[in-house]
Design a protein around this ligand. Structure first.
Ligand code: PHE
Length: 330
């Protein structure tokens, strides 16, 4: 009984098992205590003495084995816990990878910086516009042929008092000209970067969602020369001192005269950038400004192509694929 008990104790693998063995082998009603009670049934004193001594020795051995197994298991449990909670403060985790602003965001913010440096304030307007702000107030009345050049996306929403089809996703940032004029007294010097929408199939140079920045200046005695000078100041500030700009005659209903503006790389090649011109008197009037007292110029150009141009990439789709191998280069 003693050896069987010792073997079983040595194999106990949990503190609970040791506890139940303690009751079974060493408790008051345990197996050894049971043997002791039966000592009385032995015949001779000598036999009783010998058996009693053997039982006492077995009890001591069982107690010692239980103690030993208990402390061995406790030590193992403690060691496991220490290993589990171990913090290696010398472990090298590596540098956290840094996120990056999207190329368009980078260009957008740099444009704002450059124009703020030239004395402009930043304005904004809603992406969902009324037909009036997007077309009508910009001298493109109902049926104006220039409307056809903006592949307009219409929003299925009829404003109170409005007509069906009079809510659009803005096709350019020019409606911000109107909103700014209605909101502020001249002199006005603002740029308005923003998202614009046209019904286009995505390809290397077109996206149905893209970005423009609008500029508007209204002050006394503003002339075409101020426009040309501002475009040139912007060109050198944004691209570098070896870059140049020029205006070429063009047509927009909301400016008169109107021009296209190009910039010239240091190697002499020209890039078409955007449209501009003197704000049309009808547009000033729609914005609540008296054309007899004030004059101004406006310009607008795309941000997306410029963001790519700086890095020599020529496919817009690369910029919107959100492939980190592309994005993380810039
Ligand atoms: N809104 C015009 C466009 O999207 C650009 C422009 C802005 C032209 C301001 C003249 C003045 O093409």
């Amino acid at each position: 009984a003693r050896d069987a008990a010792l073997a079983e104790i040595a194999s106990a693998s949990t503190p609970d098992a040791v506890a139940s063995m303690t009751t079974r082998f060493a408790g008051k009603k345990g197996e050894l205590a049971g043997l002791k009670k039966r000592l009385g049934s032995l015949d001779s004193i000598d036999e009783k003495k010998a058996a009693g001594a053997a039982i006492n020795e077995a009890m001591a051995a069982v107690d010692a084995a239980l103690d030993e197994q208990r402390s061995a298991l406790n030590a193992a449990a403690l060691a496991a816990q220490v290993e589990n909670e171990r913090l290696d403060l010398t472990e090298y985790v590596g540098k956290p990878t840094r996120g990056k602003a999207h190329l368009v965001t980078q260009a957008w913010e740099r444009l704002e910086d450059v124009f703020v440096g030239l004395g402009f304030q930043v304005a904004e307007g809603p992406e969902v516009e009324t037909d009036w702000h997007n077309f009508e107030a910009l001298n493109m009345g109902e049926g104006h042929p220039a409307r056809g050049e903006f592949d307009t996306l219409f929003v299925d929403h009829v404003p109170p008092g409005g007509a069906p089809g009079s809510t659009v996703l803005r096709t350019h940032t020019s409606p911000v000209q109107i909103r700014t004029m209605l909101e502020k007294e001249p002199p006005i010097y603002i740029v308005a970067p923003g998202r614009v929408f046209r019904r286009d199939t995505p390809d290397a140079t077109h996206m149905p969602v893209f970005h423009q920045i609008e500029g508007l200046v209204i002050d006394r005695n503003i002339s075409m020369a101020d426009l040309a000078g501002t475009i040139q100041a912007f060109t050198t500030a944004f691209f570098g001192k070896d870059w140049n700009s020029r205006l070429r005659p063009d047509y927009f209903p909301f400016t008169e005269p109107s021009a296209e503006f190009d910039i010239q790389r240091p190697d002499g090649s020209w890039i078409e950038l955007g449209g501009c011109g003197m704000v049309h008197p009808n547009v000033l009037r729609a914005g609540g400004i008296d054309p007899e007292e004030w004059s101004g110029f406006a310009f607008g150009f795309g941000i997306d192509r410029m963001a790519l141009m700086r890095h020599g990439v020529d496919d817009l789709r690369a910029m919107y694929a959100d492939d980190l191998r592309f994005t993380s280069q810039f």
